[in-house]
Design a protein around this ligand. Structure first.
Ligand SMILES: Cc1cc2nc3c(=O)[nH]c(=O)nc-3n(C[C@H](O)[C@H](O)[C@H](O)COP(=O)(O)O)c2cc1C
Length: 357
């Protein structure tokens, strides 16, 4: 238990002190070109960014993606993130709640989020590998109840588990367990990756068992092979450190993952993995995503500037999004999602392989 809390703290420490983002890979959003409209025929102030996701309204199509909890430090991070999300009326996910399931004293580090932000769209979080190793329907329900969540996110992280010192890379039987959870919890289930992306085959399987929304969390942002490689090196496990370096950039670039998702599902798609500006978010939405989510940059803004730093950073993302909407003549997110864009480079080849370009 203490070991798990300390691992989550090690992750925070590594994410904040080392360079853990993709090295040679990008999100490929640079291959998405929104078409400038010199006659937008609207006032910048008219842009309406509100969206509805799984029955709840967000003031902007933005979510602080799942990160932490399960320790004193995690509690403080969650408090700051929740306050920022509440002030901006955007969504948030908590990090894996496994530690609090194993040690009820750690529940507070998650509960704080709902206390600080009673009205936000909030998702609970549990790891898929835990669903085949001891946790089941009861634990999934407890995660939801702990933070009065609007949805439950189940994360898929096969690469991370394979690199992690002490990881559990056993994914046998997980789809059936996800089906059990979907049928038993009272809230919609979101399945998310953590930075390697969801393919259309994966999404089709998940949709067949009733999953309600997909957070593609593609490659181009935080690399979990990278984080675990650095952690393995710190622990003196040179083989895993090397394995993590080889697979550092593994995964489906986020732009390609959104196209994969949209080629197979009409359910909500959350674009995550390397979203670093409001322009990135607008491009992801033009590709068809419903909302975007960001993790690492929000953590960095909170760490360096506290709650005000996080609010300032997220507000700038929203303003960048607003300007992009103005410059594409999009009065609202629905119009942005149907605005014209051009794909170039490798993304065209990828899209062509799906027969959508
Ligand atoms: C410090 C840190 C901790 C994370 N912990 C979790 C977690 O517990 N559960 C989860 O589903 N994803 C976790 N993630 C993954 C993020 O939710 C997100 O999918 C991924 O980092 C890609 O987004 P980014 O490039 O904006 O960081 C974590 C990310 C960071 C940076």
């Amino acid at each position: 238990m203490a070991e798990l809390g300390s691992r989550k703290d090690e992750h925070l420490d590594i994410a904040l002190s080392e360079d853990v983002e993709a090295i040679d890979k990008t999100t490929w959003l640079e291959h998405v070109h929104l078409v400038h409209r010199a006659l937008p025929e609207m006032d910048l102030d008219e842009v309406d960014m509100t969206v509805e996701l799984l029955g709840k309204r967000l003031r902007a199509p933005l979510i602080i993606d799942s990160m932490t909890g399960g320790s004193e430090r995690g509690l403080e991070v969650n408090r700051g993130l929740a306050r920022a999300a509440g002030r901006l009326g955007i969504g948030m996910g908590v990090g894996s709640q496994r530690a609090a399931l194993e040690n009820p004293q750690l529940r507070r580090s998650f509960e704080v989020v709902r206390d600080e932000a009673p009205d936000i769209f909030l998702y609970a979080n549990i790891g898929a590998p835990q669903l085949v190793r001891g946790f089941g329907i009861e634990e999934a329900k407890r995660c939801v109840e702990m933070i009065r969540a609007d949805a439950l996110a189940i994360h898929l992280n096969p690469l991370q588990e394979a690199i992690q010192v002490g990881g559990e890379p056993n994914y046998r039987g997980i789809l059936d367990r996800i089906k059990d959870v979907v049928e038993s919890v009272d809230v919609p289930v979101i399945v998310k990756e953590v930075g390697s992306g969801l393919s259309r085959e994966t999404i089709a399987l998940l949709e067949s068992v009733g999953v309600s929304a997909f957070n593609v969390a593609g490659a181009g942002g935080t690399s979990w092979a990278g984080v675990e490689s650095i952690r393995a090196a710190r622990l003196g496990d040179d083989d895993r450190a090397h394995l993590g370096r080889v697979f550092w950039d593994w995964g489906i670039p986020t732009a390609a993952a959104i196209i994969e998702a949209k080629s197979v599902t009409g359910k909500p798609v959350i674009a995550s993995g390397g979203m670093r500006s409001g322009l990135d978010v607008a491009k992801a939405l033009a590709l068809g995503a419903d909302v975007a989510a960001m993790a690492l940059p929000v953590l960095k803004a909170l760490s360096s500037g506290g709650e005000e730093g996080a609010v300032g950073f997220l507000s700038s993302i929203v303003e960048e999004m607003r300007l992009t909407m103005f410059l594409t003549g999009s009065r609202n997110v629905r119009e942005l999602r149907s605005s014209r864009y051009i794909l170039t480079g490798e993304l065209v080849e990828w899209a062509r392989s799906l027969e959508v370009a």
